[in-house]
Design a protein around this ligand. Sequence first.
Ligand SMILES: CSC[C@@H](O)[C@@H](O)C(=O)COP(=O)(O)O
Length: 340
Amino acid sequence: MRTIWWDDEKKAVGMIDQTLLPERLEDILVGSVGELCEAIQSLRVRGAPALGAAGGYGVALAAARSAATNPAALLHDVREAAGVIRAARPTAVNLSWGVDRAVKAVDEMGGSAGVEEIRAAALAAAELIAGEDVSINRALGDRGARLLEDGDVVLTHCNAGRLACVGWGTALGVIRSAVAEGKKISVYSCETRPLHQGSRLTAWELSEDNIPVTLICDSMAGMVMRQGKIDKVIVGADRITRDAVFNKIGTYTHAVLARAHGIPFYVAAPISTFDLAHSEKEVEIEERDADEIRRLGERQLAPPGVEVYNPAFDATPLDLVTAIITERGIFRPPEMADLG
Ligand SMILES: CSC[C@@H](O)[C@@H](O)C(=O)COP(=O)(O)O
């Protein structure tokens, strides 16, 4: 089962609507760039590698749905759409990486390419990104699995599973690979306030796979570490700059706690998540709607007008990271600077 795909008959992007989980597992079809941006911003599709695929498919969608009848007009439409999709969410670098890769494929067609050839090139690039994502995550998972021992208990944050990717997962991919090798691994999943990717998605995914999972509130992580319940922490990443790992808000707290308790803190991410040309200070951290904290569906959780600060991601300095697991190998900061 893939998280995101191309529906050739409908000329649309299919995806699991992650906002409906765990109550309902349902697909939606997205037939315009506007609808795709809405799906990205409301987290129907989310997670860095899945956003990379969404970026590629978004370019293919723009090309497929453009009314342009000549190559120059089509290229204009594709580039305009690319800018809109790139801007849909700022922190996960994979989104712009996916868009740029599909646009590059179109650009490389050269001046003699016709409208249908351009459309086909955009779609081929998007399909390649999506297909590679699954094989990359499997490679990454297999490399990371050697860091886990039979019986390990792993704490994770947010959802870095197959829902966050096209398939398999990054942090959960490492766990899946270790389980596939016959190791008994169990997981503590932090619920991940305010949007509950941990309780809604990670707990659901792991339960579906019969991997033992215990759900805790984010604020319980320190307690369970102090109680000696956690052997390793593994999280995903939205962007890795030369000095920090950006991931779901709350990740930095877990890294500090892991260091205080002598627990290894691993980050699992594909090379497409690296952005070594930039440093922490240069990265825009998405701030989301105040009502994500003030409200829970129909319920008012706080005074309606109370001031709220709602950053969606935080930055963990590399000195708190034990190692970064990628499809190319396991890097211990600062040696990953070689990847640049
Ligand atoms: C393999 S996904 C890694 C990250 O993208 C994930 O941990 C995360 O922070 C996702 O945030 P989200 O806001 O749900 O898109």
